[in-house]
Design a binder for this molecule. Structure first.
Ligand code: ADE
Length: 225
């Protein structure tokens, strides 16, 4: 997979790709990530990428021209499966969306700033709009990182143990069951006996029940789907 991230603050993006699973996915050659600084696509001397809103109102708007130049240059080099815009009024990110995007080859992610981008960018270039939740961030960069993390870990070969992404919370519309490791007793707090019984069908049944109970208690909305 190749991901091109368009941003006005590339320095916000770098370090999360230099550690843990995202670094591993790049080191293994399974993912390529490229950052594009929008200011590199501005022709005027002031490197202006935003301007006042037509009609008045608080907040600056990202101009269409540098975004057009950047996206058009990328599209001239290869085909893209999706051109994603990170925005609080997009579709809220969920596991199904991450699963779907993990199967794609090339993605562009555009990070908004200020009030957002000129609507014509959304109308003419963007194929998918994604929000990471009902709150407003200062820009789309942190959302783009969350999106990449959620996608990359699903790409076959990224996680050592293939089953571990499949048993994540949400993969079957259930939250994950409680997990434990050694010691089996700590300060008198015991691990549920079934988990140390060695009876794997019983362990599986316990996990399924716990996943259901946890989901019912914390996220009953997931059971309605
Ligand atoms: N940019 C600003 N807020 C955002 C959000 N909640 N999700 C995605 N991108 C954003």
């Amino acid at each position: 997979m190749r991901v091109d991230i368009i941003t006005v603050v590339p320095e916000l993006l770098r370090s999360p790709f230099e550690a843990s699973i995202m670094k591993r996915s790049i080191d293994k050659g399974l993912v390529e990530v490229h950052f594009h600084n929008l200011r590199d696509y501005v022709t005027d001397n002031y490197k202006q990428i935003d301007d006042y809103q037509f009609g008045g109102g608080a907040g600056m708007v990202m101009m269409i021209e540098p975004i057009d130049k950047c996206i058009t240059a990328l599209k001239a080099a290869r085909n893209y499966d999706e051109i994603i815009y990170m925005t609080p009024d997009g579709e809220t990110l969920h596991q199904g969306m991450a699963n779907h995007l993990s199967l794609k080859g090339n993605l562009i992610i555009l990070c908004g700033h200020y009030k957002g981008v000129d609507q014509r960018v959304r109308d003419h270039f963007i194929t998918k709009e994604i929000s990471i939740g009902d709150y407003v961030l200062s820009g789309g960069e942190l959302g783009a990182l969350i999106l990449c993390d959620a996608i990359f870990r699903l790409i076959p070969g990224v996680l050592g143990n293939e089953t571990s992404a499949l048993t994540d919370s949400f993969q079957d519309n259930l939250l994950a069951p409680p997990i434990y490791t050694r010691p089996s007793a700590y300060k008198g707090w015991e691990v549920p006996e079934v988990l140390t019984s060695g009876n794997f069908p019983k362990i599986e049944a316990w996990r399924e029940e716990q996943a259901y109970l946890r989901t019912k208690e914390r996220r009953p909305d997931l059971l309605e789907d």
